[in-house]
Ligand binder design. Structure first.
Ligand SMILES: Cc1cc2nc3c(=O)[nH]c(=O)nc-3n(C[C@H](O)[C@H](O)[C@H](O)COP(=O)(O)OP(=O)(O)OC[C@H]3O[C@@H](n4cnc5c(N)ncnc54)[C@H](O)[C@@H]3O)c2cc1C
Length: 242
């Protein structure tokens, strides 16, 4: 898909969980992208515009464009926070290959279950992909392993759980490293033992791993060490996110 530079307007700011906020924009007519792709966002602030990369947390099936981020008090995030609704913002996109290979996979008869592994804000491309699959009825057998520090920090939790409840092909496993006493789900971090426990034969799946680089690279090493072919691990590194 060819990338283009375009102007759009901020329509809505949507608090998600903890300090996570989605920024929703008008989708220009004709702007096409694949679920899981990212774009470059330039916001008009003084003395100079500021630019960051963000994944589309929206799905191509939705009539708006959205990205989702953690508001951490940095120069960019403070500037983003101060933008009034209706302001014009420049975007360039789409970019990236953290997308489903559904067409070629079906052509080669590859129906291996998909496993999405992510943590924190790394959920953005996965939310885009799952929303697209649900909206188009194209979900494969798949599992999402979604790690967060606390249950209050799980972005899109209701929506993801709703997808799992209504689509027999989608299973969502939340993992919390510092849960409250009321938490009854999985605790700790995603490691080899947890993967084997959730998936059985770890080597027989196709993986999509997204988020901060240290987490993504460590998980890829774990998967490869447990017999997963390197080509079966697709990664998206949120460079700049620590
Ligand atoms: C393909 C891609 C997709 C992304 N998708 C998302 C998303 O959906 N949501 C989201 O919140 N973030 C996403 N990010 C990360 C995002 O672009 C910001 O880097 C992140 O949100 C941190 O911004 P900040 O303003 O909080 O911190 P910043 O003030 O920008 O930076 C924090 C720290 O990271 C360092 N840093 C900044 N940029 C880089 C870089 N390129 N390489 C190495 N170090 C760097 C800085 O020196 C600083 O120490 C994505 C990044 C990429 C590359």
């Amino acid at each position: 898909m060819t990338s283009t530079v375009f102007a759009t307007r901020l329509m809505e700011k949507i608090p998600r969980a903890g300090d996570i906020v989605s920024f929703r924009f008008e989708r220009p007519e004709g702007y096409q992208y694949l679920a899981g792709q990212w774009h470059v966002v330039t916001i008009p602030v003084s003395p100079e515009p500021l630019t960051h990369h963000f994944t589309h947390s929206s799905s191509p099936t939705e009539p708006f464009l959205e990205f989702t981020t953690r508001m951490r008090g940095t120069q960019f995030k403070n500037a983003l926070d101060s933008l009034p609704l209706g302001v014009q913002v420049e975007m360039e996109g789409p970019f990236g290959s953290f997308t489903l290979a559904t067409a070629s996979a079906t052509a080669t008869g590859d129906r291996r279950p998909l496993v999405f592994i992510t943590g924190g804000i790394g959920i953005t491309p996965v939310r885009s992909i799952l929303r697209w699959q649900v909206d188009t009825g194209s979900a494969l057998p798949e599992v999402l392993l979604y790690a967060n520090s606390s249950e209050n920090a799980i972005a899109f939790r209701d929506e993801l759980d709703g997808m799992a409840a209504t689509s027999p092909d989608i299973r969502v496993v939340h993992i919390v490293s510092r849960p409250s006493p009321a938490w009854i789900g999985r605790q700790g971090h995603v490691d080899a033992e947890m993967l084997a426990d959730e998936l059985g034969d770890v080597a027989s799946h196709t993986y999509y791993v997204s988020g901060p680089p240290p987490m993504v690279l460590a998980l890829r090493d774990t998967l490869v060490a447990h017999g997963v072919d390197r080509d079966s691990v697709k990664t998206e590194l949120f460079e700049g996110y620590q």
